[in-house]
Design a protein around this ligand. Structure first.
Ligand SMILES: *Cc1c(COP(=O)(O)O)cnc(C)c1O
Length: 405
């Protein structure tokens, strides 16, 4: 901790636990204490830590071939691309590494489609995004964030984006002009605190975008790969978007794998030289990505997420704590809103950590629960006991201190 603190940039504020081992839903610290991982690396470790099938594929791949670059074909990328397109109902994929790179890819595709297919005047294309969005940390992406913390001090920003209220179909309709090439949004906002739009919104957005020849591009980097109780969150409401962005759990929590997917008309704007990535789609990434998809389907991670998520959400509501304003969720992806007048989300996380449950606050008021989707009901129940007891003890202390005043 001291070394990270001295030699590392302070762009994170980690909980005071040093992890050196993991297996499935569990992690251990250097002192041998065991914790239930209720964050899963922001939903990247949905298949569980060091999932044995993913580990096997990685080791086998390391016996065969590493990174020859996209200057050549390899024996792994084709099968990964085919599986990913089939599962998402998209025509083509473009592999990258991190989520932010896949979002950048989507932005480039949308703009070029705007010029070459929709016929928008040169350098006039505009992309609409949602308020409260999180799409990554590049300068372009933070430039269209509505969160001052993400963008402050990093300008100037180039423009070409306009923010519309998340979940508000009328606001979106008003913002659409002939220069708009795309609307990019998360289907449910993760970093913003598991914010769920009104029911039917995705369907309305799809219809509105079709009517106005605007691409509907969905960022499922956090919500995808089973997290919300469907393989992809858009499947709760629509057949498919025009573009889809995946990352995090696509790499099984052990390797950075991301992708932008789209219909042919959009992806065909790329030609040799127009975009690329040295590591994107390398055989290790492709082998792991393919296996992550196989596990998603074979182990019905979405079905498990739907069932246990509904159970966990109801049970959290049933605690009925006075510190909790709201419990929101879809599948095993739940935000518990802490009343800031009474307690901080950070304090809840610190206390849960002491009891062996690791989660992390997002913003000051939301505790996010996102365990690996391989978790059992028994272990969810254990976590529930910890949450219940922490909320009870905090509420009790609050009442005692009020009584003392
Ligand atoms: C995490 C995340 C990103 C950024 O992914 P990185 O791999 O950190 O670049 C983008 N969009 C959403 C919705 C995310 O949750």
């Amino acid at each position: 901790m001291a070394l990270e603190d001295k030699y590392g940039a302070h762009n994170y504020h980690p909980l005071g636990v040093v992890i050196d081992r993991a297996e499935g839903i569990w992690v251990w610290d250097v002192e041998g204490n065991k914790y239930l991982d209720f964050l899963s690396a922001y939903s990247a470790v949905s298949a569980g830590h060091l999932n044995k099938d993913l580990k096997k594929v990685l080791i086998e791949q390391l016996e065969e071939l590493d990174v020859p670059s996209r200057a050549f074909y390899t024996d792994k990328l084709g099968a990964f691309a085919e599986n990913l397109c089939t599962l998402t109902s998209m025509d083509k994929m473009l592999p990258m590494n991190t989520g932010a790179e896949a979002v950048e890819t989507a932005i480039k595709a949308a703009r070029k489609w705007g010029y070459t297919v929709k016929g928008i005047e040169k350098d006039k294309a505009k992309i609409l995004v949602s308020s409260g969005n999180f799409h990554g940390r590049t300068t372009t992406i933070v430039g269209f964030s509505s969160e001052e913390e993400y963008k402050s001090g990093f300008g100037p920003f180039d423009g070409g984006f306009e923010i519309v209220e998340f979940g508000n179909i009328d606001a979106l309709e008003k913002a659409i002009t002939p220069e708009v090439c795309a609307f990019i949004t998360e289907p449910i906002q993760g970093e913003a605190g598991i914010i769920i739009p009104p029911e039917g919104w995705l369907k309305q957005v799809q219809a509105l975008c079709r009517k106005n020849n605007v691409l509907f591009i969905i960022d499922e980097i956090q919500s995808g790969i089973g997290r919300t109780g469907k393989n992809f969150a858009f499947q709760h409401e629509i057949d498919k978007p025009d573009g889809l962005i995946l990352g995090k759990a696509l790499g099984g929590g052990i390797y950075p794998v991301s992708a932008f997917l789209a219909k042919d008309e959009v992806m065909n704007v790329f030609n040799p030289g127009s975009h690329g990535s040295t590591f994107g789609g390398n055989p290790i990434a492709a082998a792991i990505g393919l296996e992550a998809l196989r596990i998603l389907v074979k182990e019905d991670l979405a079905g498990k997420s739907a069932e246990l998520g509904a159970y966990l959400k109801q049970a959290l509501e049933d605690i009925g704590s006075g510190l909790v304003k709201e419990v929101r969720g879809a599948g095993l992806w739940i935000g518990m809103d802490i009343d800031p007048a009474k307690a901080s989300a950070r304090e809840v996380c610190e206390r849960l950590k002491k009891r062996g449950l690791l989660c992390k606050e997002t913003h000051e008021t939301v505790v996010r629960f996102a365990p690996p989707l391989t978790i059992t009901k028994e272990d969810v129940d254990w976590a529930l006991i910890q949450v219940t007891q922490v909320l009870e003890e905090m509420e009790h202390e609050q009442h005692s201190s009020q009584a003392a005043e």
